[in-house]
Design a protein around this ligand. Structure first.
Ligand SMILES: Cc1cc2nc3c(=O)[nH]c(=O)nc-3n(C[C@H](O)[C@H](O)[C@H](O)COP(=O)(O)O)c2cc1C
Length: 210
């Protein structure tokens, strides 16, 4: 696939790619991804998204450790995670879980971990940190689409960022900066394919819900 793939092709084929090769991603492509993320809109045009591309092995290992701790809680019996959903069979969820576990076991070897952060004016609590997401996720989706167009695998993740203090230490973040999303990026081990989503008729109404 090339950068020339249409926007709609990219949107409809932008699955979470968790199984990635260890081959390094050229620096100019990583800059290109972040530049694409940086084109996204933000509330009041604050442009407070900040991006860290982690290639350092020790920092990747620490982020992988933090992710693994959260994944173990996520897959554990007390997690409350649904084993199936009306639109997602237990078999498909099991497959997703296996790829989440693969990522947890291998994150330290993924060549680039992109961290989307938000620069606040002052230190904030977890609620406000989460609300900043509205100005971060459009950029994250731009990064995912750009990665797809460039033939790179990527996935949005948050589990590894739950321990905010440990993440701040690992990334040497200032007290007023929060990490919102972690996107592992690399060349995919598997094949790209279409996303499976609920039919538009189920999720859309005209004028009012009922
Ligand atoms: C807010 C958010 C948080 C997510 N957190 C994680 C995560 O921590 N780990 C992970 O492997 N995937 C994570 N994902 C990816 C979702 O599991 C994935 O987008 C969803 O299962 C759809 O997958 P598909 O696009 O391959 O169909 C997250 C996605 C979103 C939007």
């Amino acid at each position: 696939m090339s950068e020339d793939m249409s926007l709609f092709d990219a949107m409809y084929n932008c699955r979470a790619m968790r199984r990635l090769k260890t081959d390094p991603v050229p620096e100019d492509l990583l800059v290109k991804l972040i530049d694409a993320g940086n084109q996204a809109p933000s509330g009041s045009n604050r442009q407070a998204a900040r991006w860290i591309v982690v290639r350092d092995p020790d920092t990747r290992a620490e982020l992988a450790r933090l992710n693994k701790v959260s994944v173990e809680a996520y897959i554990g019996p007390q997690s409350g995670r649904p084993s199936e959903l009306p639109h997602h069979s237990s078999e498909k969820r099991q497959r997703m879980l296996q790829s989440v576990m693969w990522q947890a076991d291998n994150m330290q070897d993924i060549p680039a971990l992109v961290i989307a952060c938000y620069q606040f004016d002052e230190p904030v609590g977890p609620g406000e940190a989460a609300r900043a997401g509205g100005s971060i996720w459009p950029g994250v989706q731009n990064v995912l689409l750009a990665a797809r167009a460039l033939g790179l695998g990527a996935a949005p993740t948050t589990l590894g960022l739950m321990d905010r203090d440990a993440v701040k230490t690992a990334l040497n973040l200032p007290a007023d900066m929060e990490a919102i999303c972690l996107i592992p990026v690399g060349y995919p081990s598997g094949n790209f394919g279409p996303v499976t989503r609920m039919p538009v008729e189920e999720v859309m109404r005209w004028d009012a819900w009922s």
